[in-house]
Design a protein around this ligand. Structure first.
Ligand SMILES: [Fe+2]
Length: 363
């Protein structure tokens, strides 16, 4: 095919040489009419080694020849796509090739301009990004695995702490029961009495609307309400008849003694209140401080009722046990004098619904 007229070509060649990307002119047969400096650099050849050769001759692979043929067969059709150039040392240079017809009239219509943009840097950046992504992905997996391991470790640790706390709580409760039984052993009844008081106290506290953990705390704190009886002489504790004034005073000391015996630790704070104030009356006629109404700590007001109810319904050396009905009537009547009216109301509700029964009847 004859080359285009020099006048229509010269300006174009100068323009192609000024481009920052590779560019060449190719005719319908696939012969390279012109190649700019940038393209020659990419191929590692000088211009005479490029011009006049067919595009296909630069490639060994059959699929490359097929690609070039298909582009030449559609000569007027613009195209753009990723391809590769045979670089120096037979390496493949990734490129984007864009082909456009030069014009619609001969001779320019017999040539097309192809620009070639080197993607090597972009591909390297993509490969680096992919590698970084894989590193981050592996690190994420490691961090995730470590986080899961840490979570499992924390769960084990929490379970151990819970277990240890349960053991400590159980040991505390055992010590409380042992101390209570030791002090009650001097009295007529033994451990059964304190377990009933614990049960009644918890029931009443719940009925008064206190949260479960508070009701349970009131319950186990009530167990030691009479621990101060350790200091009361046996002949007074076990006297079958009424006590005289001096004996009564000695007996009443068990409240203050109980508070002193109990530890200052927070765990025993409620137990100390109960030990001191479980014989205070709502109307201020109780002992040891003659406290009135709400000045009496609530757990002590509850234990006061539970203790009297249990004393009435239990057998003593000086009396037979009362029926629950008799004891209940007495409690009802003592609301506002001996007992906090609210605690009596809670007791009445529990009694009338059949819930105020000794612990063994519940099991
Ligand atoms: Fe008491």
């Amino acid at each position: 095919m004859p080359p285009p007229a020099a006048s229509s070509f010269n300006g174009l060649i100068e323009l192609l040489d000024a481009l920052n990307c590779g560019a060449f002119l190719i005719d319908r047969s696939g012969r390279i009419e012109h190649a700019n400096d940038r393209l020659c650099q990419m191929l590692g050849l000088n211009r005479p080694q490029v011009i006049g050769r067919s595009a296909e001759s630069f490639y060994d692979a059959p699929d490359a020849a097929e690609y070039i043929h298909s582009r030449l067969a559609n000569f007027e059709e613009p195209y753009e796509g990723e391809f590769h150039l045979p670089g120096p040392d037979k390496n493949k240079i990734p490129v984007i090739m864009s082909g456009r017809p030069l014009g619609t009239e001969p001779p320019l219509s017999n040539y097309r301009l192809v620009t070639v943009i080197d993607l090597t840097g972009q591909k390297a950046a993509e490969a680096q990004a992919q590698e970084e992504y894989e590193v981050i992905s592996r690190l994420s997996d490691t961090v995730l695995a470590q986080a899961l391991e840490l979570k499992r470790y924390n769960q084990k640790l929490e379970e151990k702490v819970r277990e240890r706390t349960r053991e400590l709580h159980d040991a505390n409760m055992e010590a409380i029961y042992m101390l209570a039984v030791a002090s009650e052993a001097k009295d007529v009844d033994t451990g059964a009495h304190v377990r009933r008081i614990e049960h009644y106290t918890t029931l009443l506290a719940r009925q008064l609307g206190l949260p479960d953990h508070v009701a349970e705390e009131f319950g186990y704190s009530s167990i030691l309400h009479d621990v101060g009886k350790m200091v009361v002489p046996d002949h007074i504790l076990k006297k079958p008849g009424p006590l005289d004034m001096a004996e009564r005073e000695a007996m009443q000391l068990h409240c203050i003694a109980g508070e002193r015996i109990l530890s200052q630790k927070p765990f025993f704070a409620t137990a100390r209140q109960i030990a001191r104030s479980h014989h205070e009356n709502w109307d201020g006629s109780g002992y040891p401080d003659g406290l009135l109404g709400e000045a009496i700590p609530l757990p002590a007001r509850i234990v006061h009722l539970a203790d009297i109810y249990d004393a009435l319904t239990s057998e003593r050396v000086y009396k037979a046990s009362w029926t629950p009905q008799m004891a209940t009537e007495t409690i009802y009547k003592a609301g506002g004098s001996l007992f906090d009216p609210n605690v009596v109301t809670a007791f009445r509700t529990l009694h009338e619904s059949g819930q105020f029964t000794p612990p063994h009847a519940q099991d």
